[in-house]
Design a protein around this ligand. Structure first.
Ligand SMILES: *Cc1c(COP(=O)(O)O)cnc(C)c1O
Length: 484
């Protein structure tokens, strides 16, 4: 496999999108969440892939070899290449498909990339299975421990628990809202019996859970005492792990030529990984951003303006987001990588609730980017149509991306690759509703859990119920974490 063509031994440094936080190495960025100036870390320069020289051999390479080739320039020398290669191989051995992220031909130049073959059935496993292992290696090197605390409305909690379970340098506490996550999602968290995993049911809403986590991070003495850490989606290592499958799919399908991607989007982490691949040299002609009724991104790509409004629940709950944190990384590039300008842009957005980019920036953005919003009725119709036409079940998030791709595909001669972000069995109620017969007769289909989870609904559950009270939750974490 070709290695970092720049041959730079000092490695890539990481800078904040707001320009006034210290530059860090990969190892530091891995363990750091938000930059101290409130920005997000990005690489100071982009490694490059020599597309012409590598696409043909790359189309034959395994996913793991592609992953090592694509990510090594980002992590060396914080991680030695051999150590990193072993971690990557170990992370993707947990996937239940030989191709890790298999591609399905839908005909007419349309393809589906299935990102849901990991342990918890959503694409977040692709990044978190790697990040959990990188955490452990880096913490062991530094003789440090971390107490990971997170709030979840569903998918992130289970993926983070699977990534951290049984890792000696980590304890993980996940707060979920009572009665507001699906049975499958709750059981994926509560049936893990590892002693370093703590699922906590909070008597409150998802926002209450998130406020408790924020309050723990703001409580300095507590934070330092327990070595608080996070695995949220602004972590650069999560974006980096997702770059790989854009390279992989473009080589497998593009024949060296341009390809397009459609991505069901929430926090903008997944599709920004695609943009990173494009900057490295992958010929991407179009990114389609699919949103549900929470359509701030659709507005941004249409008009250049984004305006905050309230979050409304939809059938694709992992995209029920209005402020997409990772968009700041794209804005950094759009504003000429000028940290001060980004800080001002974000301050206007937060202060006035609305902000716009220059019309000429919007014009160049529009050459590659477009967005569309898909409502719940259209989501159900799309699930039913793909079942009828292709005999396949898709989850509601994937359905949003598929319909967005149909609506906005710009060039029919460029293959369009839609990203399937969750397994249909993770959202059985929406799938069942979509496929129930219109006359109100009995349900026709209930998507089955894959074999490794087939007994999920009968496994013993283990979790702690706590009130929505900061002192109680902090005391629980103190008592149950592994002592230093
Ligand atoms: C998290 C998630 C998304 C949104 O991904 P972002 O990186 O936040 O844009 C889409 N679909 C599913 C199933 C998810 O779990």
């Amino acid at each position: 496999m070709p290695s970092n063509p720049s041959g730079d031994v000092s490695g890539i440094r990481y800078v904040s999108t707001r320009g006034s936080a210290p530059e860090l190495s990969f190892g530091d960025v891995l363990l750091t969440g938000l930059a101290s100036d409130g920005g997000l870390y990005v690489p100071s320069k982009s490694p490059t892939i020599d597309w012409a020289a590598t696409h043909a051999a790359g189309a034959e390479a395994s996913y793991v070899d592609t992953a090592i080739e694509v990510m090594a320039p980002f992590v060396v020398p914080s991680f030695e290449r051999d150590e990193f290669a072993a971690i990557v191989a170990d992370a993707y051995a947990t996937f239940h498909h030989d191709d890790v992220v298999p591609l399905v031909d839908l005909g007419g130049g349309s393809h589906l990339m299935e990102l849901f073959w990991g342990p918890t059935l959503a694409f977040k496993d692709v990044a978190l299975q790697l990040v959990g292992r990188l955490f452990e290696a880096e913490l062991n090197r530094r003789s440090q421990r971390l107490t990971i605390v997170g709030a979840t409305s569903g998918d992130t909690g289970s993926a983070a628990i699977e990534a951290c379970r049984d890792r000696e340098a980590l304890d993980i506490f996940v707060l979920f809202p009572k009665g507001r996550v699906s049975d499958v999602q709750r059981r994926q968290m509560t049936t893990v019996t590892s002693s370093n995993v703590h699922a906590i049911e909070i008597d409150g809403t998802f926002d209450d859970c998130q406020d408790l986590v924020k309050a723990m991070f703001a409580h300095e003495s507590f934070r330092d005492d327990v070595h608080l850490g996070a695995v949220n989606s602004i972590n650069w290592a999560r974006v980096m792990a997702q770059v790989v499958y854009y390279v992989w799919a473009a080589r497998k399908i593009g024949g060296g030529g341009p390809v397009s991607f459609s991505v069901p989007t929430g926090n903008f982490g997944n599709v920004f990984a695609g943009e990173t691949a494009r900057r490295m040299g992958v010929p991407v002609s179009q990114f389609v951003v699919g949103s549900n009724r929470n359509d701030i991104l659709t507005q941004f790509f249409g008009s250049g303006r984004m305006t905050i409004s309230g979050v409304e629940p939809s059938l694709s709950p992992s995209m029920d987001i209005q402020v997409s944190s990772n968009l700041e990384r794209l804005v950094f590039d759009l504003l000429g990588r000028d940290g001060e300008a980004v800080a001002e842009f974000m301050m206007t957005f937060r202060g006035e609730g609305s902000v716009a980019i220059d019309p000429h920036v919007l014009q160049s953005l529009s050459e590659t980017w477009s967005g569309t919003s898909v409502d719940d009725v259209e989501t159900l119709e799309t699930i039913a149509r793909y079942n009828a036409d292709h005999g396949m079940l898709v989850d509601p998030h994937t359905a949003v991306g598929l319909l967005a791709a149909e609506r906005l595909r710009a060039n029919p001669s460029h293959p369009m690759i839609s990203l399937a972000t969750a397994h249909p069995a993770k959202f059985p109620d929406a799938v069942r509703r979509a496929l129930a017969s219109p006359d109100g007769g009995k349900d026709v289909v209930r998507p089955a859990l894959p074999e490794h989870l087939s007994d999920l609904m009968t496994r013993d559950e283990q979790f702690t119920e706590l009130p929505n009270d900061l002192a109680t939750v902090e005391a629980f974490v103190q008592t149950n974490r592994t002592p230093d």
